[in-house]
Design a protein around this ligand. Sequence first.
Ligand code: GLU
Ligand code: MG
Length: 460
Amino acid sequence: MTGPPPPDAVGPERARERERARLAAGELTAEGVRRTALTWVDTAGITRVKTVPIARLAQAAEWGVGMSPVFDVYLVDDSITTSPYIGGPDGDLRLFPDLDRLTPLAAQPGWAWAPVDRYDQQGAPHPACQRQFARRAAQWAAERGLELRMGFETEWVVARGDTPEAEPRYPCAGPGYGMIRVVELSGYLADVLDALVTEEVAVLQLHPEYAPGQFEVSVEPADPVEAADLAVLVRETVRAVSVRHGLAAWFGPAVAAGGVGNGAHLHLSLWRDGRNLCRGGDGPYGMTALCESFLAGVLEALPALLAIGAPSPASYLRLQPSRWAGVFQCWGLENREAAIRFITGPPDATGAANAEVKSFDAAANPYLLVGAVIAAGLAGIDAGRSLPPPVAGDPALTGGQIRLPTSLPAALEHFERSAVLREALGDPLFEAIVAVRRAEAELFDGVPPQDIADATRGRY
Ligand code: GLU
Ligand code: MG
């Protein structure tokens, strides 16, 4: 079973959860764990937390941990806006840890972690719970006999922890993708990899990226909710290792306003009955008709999806042509300048065929993003959409392709017009997203680009 019990089963199911938590807490205590961090990601993309001593975990699993719903309208700088359904100081929610995900944190000795689902006091799902939205979206796919496998890439820039605001100092000087960086930081990178492996995260690879101090780690695909959970766990693990090395890890979309930024590309493949629908079909590059329609739905919705996947004013400093960030509304085979890069993989690797949506970054709430992408893809299937012809080469040089929105307000306009996303998200969540995006656009209106980057790079 994935996820907590259904909300209507408050009584007996909760007692069972309590018992499971009691047993898990006993095992963790024997391993030296004394406390648990319970996280969720807010609308602005910030991971928020409550922590409980391990002795309180069983209580938390049965009754939840209190937290205000106002965090749904928090901004990146911790100021607070309001929305038609959510806002203000009143009310409280209950956070229920997902015990299936309870993980001892390798780089924070004595700590474990679990993501939470948010319910109201009566035990009904909180309408703006992003994690339950992701689970609902996976369920919509399941109702059509479809399964999604997804994985986020994690890019970050590592800087010296004592870096002054405007002047990053990097602990490595080697070239992009260069072995020198791995030599310079071999202890740090070993600790990152070891921590992830200890946490049983299925790491695929880790490499130096293009920008100064930049690295990337990728993990095996998982079901959508787990992929979003992993995005959180990987990021917080990299951060914790960095802190132990006296370093800062910046996951924000923009670090140097004129340079290559941090993406959080989303890989996805569509499956039915154990078969990867991204291959073995009659469509372009062997994709099946279902896969093609799903990707066409995502491609069509991309301008609106940016309000979720590139949700910060800083995102648009990153979204520049010719930086492999996918700023044109097109797709191509292994094309790193297309918003959707289709990957066939080797002919004998059935799991390898997938699509990578490149335009997204780590300011995105990963739960909202997987759910919204699924909703858009399923709308493409329902409408029987086909893909336009694939694009080769850099559209910035060859021309002829539509540029995705170049500002948060422009993306928000598309989002507000998207009936598909409004219906999928439901009004409370939809309106909270609109309110937070509007408020962040205002917050940074007229602010010089480097100041936006400085104010956001270390917040996510
Ligand atoms: N750092 C680039 C971005 O902002 C991506 C580089 C890559 O293709 O991995 O998306
Ligand atoms: Mg990369």
